[in-house]
Every structure is written in structure tokens, then in C-alpha cells.
Ligand binder design. Structure first.
Ligand code: SF4
Length: 484
């Protein structure tokens, strides 16, 4: 591709295909939710870090890192994302089961994190959790009756006779029968055990339930029955759900709105059908492309993301998705590079970054801290494979000789310089050199939420700023027509 016909990153005046510009109202605009008054729970800049006091002063794990959203009364809000993205920690922190490092969870004017005494007991009564693994979450030495009655006993609910009657009522509510009261969890199937867990969660008549992967341990046919039960209970009891799942099809079925989480942050939130039909954020587009038959708009191909998410101990400083994003913004001075060259540069950048952050052995970590060189491993081979030439040497790949290198001039010199730093064992310096040379606005700035549609839909991507092509346009060019 010649420089003249290369796609430019800042197409001034181009309208984005998701209407984000007008909705966002320009760069950095806030995203007011028109349903804010309906909120049963308001999450504001919530952070949950785990500091394990690791040897050599490890950074804390930032499991949840600055998340804000509302949960509307009576809705099911689905929370999706890859394993390890912080979904469960977020759900537990919302309930006060994990201590928040910062931010707020507000319900009816109370900040959950600051509750104590009577107010805390009230919150624990109003908000309950159903756990993923019904086998592990039920005490096998207690009968089902005792398990369901336990929260009633803990909250000194009614008289002993009333508690017993309440348990029978709850068993009936979840489709179990009276004689199940006297049985033990191991005598039940997975679906029945999850019904016991739901009955227990409902014992104190909560308004709000966090359902943490409630059907993922069940067979598909049993999943459908438990989902139907949850929907019936919601209608009958007016419940609000935060439904955590990695199965996007299940979430599409049950959730009114969906929040998409990546590396401790919510990157997109909106009405489920709108998000599934036309995802606004590059991560959502990638995630949803994995559902058979789900390809959206002009995207034809499944989007295969490079590598794995970075460690939550050291997330990227700018956009959390920047190390894997197929729509990452290129700096203007390298807009002439081909899509392949850019992608490989980005991959090399990620390799250096991951080497810097790798959980290496103690001896190697000590060496690094003492500034001693460590083996550069096979970095020369990596560069040869990526670009077709050996650092400091000639070409290696057919058709990619010195006259037609994949990288030349300034770009090649920067890679050579980074490789030299890596050879000295200084992967941090190698990373910094590539960041300086090829760093994008996506590496520098954590994107604000932009309103990208009606009903408070938001997406956190710099491409929603005016002046950039929208994520949909870029992804369609790359995965729809394949000409990038
Ligand atoms: S801000 Fe940049 S890296 Fe992040 S999702 Fe948007 S385009 Fe991708």
C-alpha cells in the first residue's frame, strides 16, 4: 500500500457509523444516564486491589479499577468478559463481601463500604449472592432445611416455627418439595443444588441478587430450567439481578442490559439487543464475533485477539485494551506503514512489555533489580520472524530483502535500538523505546466513557472522540472487506 492511499487515522469531519460523535458531544464528554433515578445500586469509580505483600515489592493486583455504572431497579444487568477480568470481584465488592480500595457503592443513599451495625445487616438482608458452583457453596454436613434456614437464624428472623414454615415456602418457590428439607446436598443433582442455593439467597426477601455464573456448572438442558426459574422469580418478587457470566448466549437471553468488562474496567454498557446487534467498542466486537452466526454489520470474520490480557498487577497505562486492540490508533507519522507492519510492531511491543512484567524466577528478578544483564532469549529470532531481517544484519525472508523491507528508515532504526536494549537485559528500556517511537494515543490516555446511543449506552474508546474513524468503520475495513 502506498503512502497516498493508506488509511489515515484522523479523518476530520467524518461521521462515525454509530452516531457517537453527536451522542458524545465531543472529546471527554460525560455520559449521563437518563435512567439514573431508577438506580437501586450506583457504582462510582469502584476499585478493588489485592496487595499480597509479595516478595520484592510487587504491585497490587488491580482486579477492579475505576468502574462506574448503575443497576436499575427491576432489571437484569449482565456482566460479561473473559475469565479473570474482575467480574466476580466486582460482584462481591458491590455486595460488600470484598473491601473496596476506593470509590463507592451507593444504595438508597447509603455507601455500602461505610455501613456497620444495623445498617450493614439491613444491606446484607436486601442484597444476596448466588454462587457459581452449587456443590462447593453448600455445606454437605447440613440438611437442605438447615442450609436454607441459616440466614433466617443469623438474622433472628421470626420464631423457630415461622422459620421452618418459611423454608418450606422457599423450597416450593424454587420447585423443590417438602421431603427435600431433610436431605443432604450430595443427594441432589447439580440443578437441584442450585435451586437450594437460590432458595437460601431468597430467604430474607432481598431486592437485589448478584448471580455469579449461576448456570455455568450445569448441563445445557438444566441451565434452561434454572434460567426460567430465575426469570419467574424476578417477575413474581420484583427482583433486580446482576448476572455474571462468560456465556454470551445465556446473557443475551436473560439480560436487559449488558456491561462488558476487560481487565478490571467496564468498556461498554447498553441495552442487550443494541449491543449485540451493533457493538460500539472494539473489545465487544471481538468478543461477540466468537458467537457463531453473530457477525455484526459489515464484519464477516471472527476477530481473533492476539495474546492474552496483560497482568492486572500491571495493566497498560492508557487504554486497558491497547495491547490487543485490532482498531488501535496509529500515530500520524507512521500512517504510511502497512497494516501488517503495524500489527507486527505492536506485537513486538507487547512481547517486550510482557517480558518486562513476566512472573520470572526469583533469581532473575533479583538480577533485574540489581541491574544485571539477563539473557535476551531469542529476541533476534522474534524480529527475524516478524520483519524478515536480523537486527544488525541483512534480510532473512524471501521477498523481503533490503530493497523491500517490511520496516525501513526511522521505524527500523527504532526496532534495532529496542532490540539492543533487550540484549542488555533491559526490556523496560526496549519497551520505552518502542513506546516513544510508535506509541499511540491509546497507550497514553485512558479513554473516557462516551455516550454512543439512546438509553444511556456508553463505550470507552478514544475512537469515539471527534476526528477519529469510529471502531465500527475500522473493524469493518479490517474484517469485513479485508483490505487493510
Ligand atoms: S482506545 Fe484505542 S486501543 Fe482502546 S479500544 Fe479504542 S481504539 Fe482500541
Amino acid at each position: 500500500m502506498s503512502r497516498s492511499d493508506a488509511p489515515t487515522e484522523r479523518d476530520e469531519g467524518e461521521e462515525s457509523d454509530d452516531g457517537s460523535r453527536s451522542a458524545a458531544g465531543g472529546a471527554g464528554s460525560a455520559a449521563p444516564d437518563p435512567h439514573a433515578d431508577d438506580a437501586i445500586v450506583e457504582v462510582r469509580d469502584l476499585r478493588t486491589y489485592y496487595d499480597d505483600d509479595g516478595f520484592l515489592g510487587d504491585d497490587p493486583v488491580k482486579a477492579v479499577d475505576g468502574v462506574s455504572f448503575d443497576i436499575r431497579r427491576g432489571e437484569t444487568l449482565g456482566l460479561v468478559g473473559e475469565s479473570g477480568c474482575g467480574k466476580t470481584t466486582l460482584g462481591r465488592t458491590v455486595l460488600g463481601l470484598e473491601e473496596a480500595t476506593g470509590g463507592e457503592v451507593v444504595s438508597e443513599g447509603r455507601d455500602v463500604a461505610s455501613l456497620s451495625g444495623r445498617e450493614l445487616r439491613e444491606w446484607q438482608r436486601d442484597a444476596q449472592m448466588v454462587f457459581q458452583d452449587p456443590e462447593a457453596s453448600l455445606n454437605d454436613r447440613m440438611t437442605v432445611g438447615e442450609i436454607v434456614r441459616e440466614p433466617l437464624d443469623a438474622h433472628d428472623w421470626g420464631t423457630p416455627g415461622e422459620r421452618r414454615d418459611r423454608v418450606f415456602e422457599l423450597l416450593d418457590l424454587v420447585g423443590l418439595i417438602e421431603e427435600h428439607y431433610y436431605r443432604y446436598p450430595h443427594q441432589f443433582s447439580g440443578g437441584q443444588r442450585q435451586r437450594v442455593g437460590i432458595a437460601r439467597a431468597l430467604a430474607l426477601e432481598p431486592e437485589f441478587l448478584v448471580l455469579d455464573e449461576p448456570v455455568s456448572a450445569l448441563d445445557v438442558s438444566v441451565q434452561a430450567r434454572v434460567i426460567n426459574l430465575l426469570e419467574d422469580l424476578q417477575d413474581e418478587l420484583g427482583l433486580t439481578y446482576l448476572f455474571i457470566a462468560h456465556d454470551l448466549s445465556v446473557v443475551r437471553h436473560i439480560a436487559d442490559r449488558v456491561a462488558v468488562m476487560y481487565l478490571g474496567d467496564v468498556v461498554e454498557l447498553g441495552e442487550t439487543e443494541a449491543v449485540y446487534a451493533d457493538p460500539a467498542h472494539p473489545y465487544t466486537r471481538s468478543l461477540l464475533s466468537a458467537i457463531p452466526g453473530s457477525h455484526t454489520g459489515t464484519d464477516r470474520d471472527r476477530v481473533t485477539l492476539r495474546g492474552t490480557p496483560p497482568s492486572p498487577r500491571d495493566p497498560p497505562e492508557g487504554c486497558r485494551f491497547a495491547t490487543r486492540c485490532p482498531a488501535k490508533i496509529r500515530p500520524d507519522e507512521f500512517a504510511h506503514l502497512s497494516g501488517t507492519a503495524w500489527e507486527r510492531l505492536d506485537a513486538l511491543h507487547t512481547v517486550f512489555r510482557e517480558r518486562t512484567n513476566a512472573e520470572t524466577g526469583i533469581a532473575e528478578r533479583l538480577k533485574r533489580r540489581l541491574g544485571l544483564a539477563v539473557a535476551a532469549d531469542d529476541i533476534d529470532e522474534v524480529v527475524a520472524d516478524l520483519f524478515g531481517w536480523h537486527p544488525g544484519g541483512g534480510s532473512t525472508a524471501e521477498g523481503l530483502g533490503p530493497d523491500e523491507p517490511l520496516l525501513s528508515g526511522e521505524a527500523r532504526a527504532a526496532v534495532e535500538s529496542a532490540v539492543n536494549a533487550a540484549r542488555r537485559g533491559d526490556d523496560a528500556e526496549a519497551t520505552a523505546i518502542l513506546t516513544d517511537a510508535f506509541g499511540s494515543v491509546c497507550d497514553e490516555r485512558r479513554p473516557e466513557e462516551h455516550r454512543v446511543g439512546d438509553d444511556g449506552r456508553t463505550s470507552a474508546c478514544v475512537r469515539h472522540d471527534s476526528g477519529y474513524e469510529s471502531p465500527g468503520t475500522v473493524m469493518a475495513r479490517r474484517y469485513g472487506r479485508g483490505d487493510d
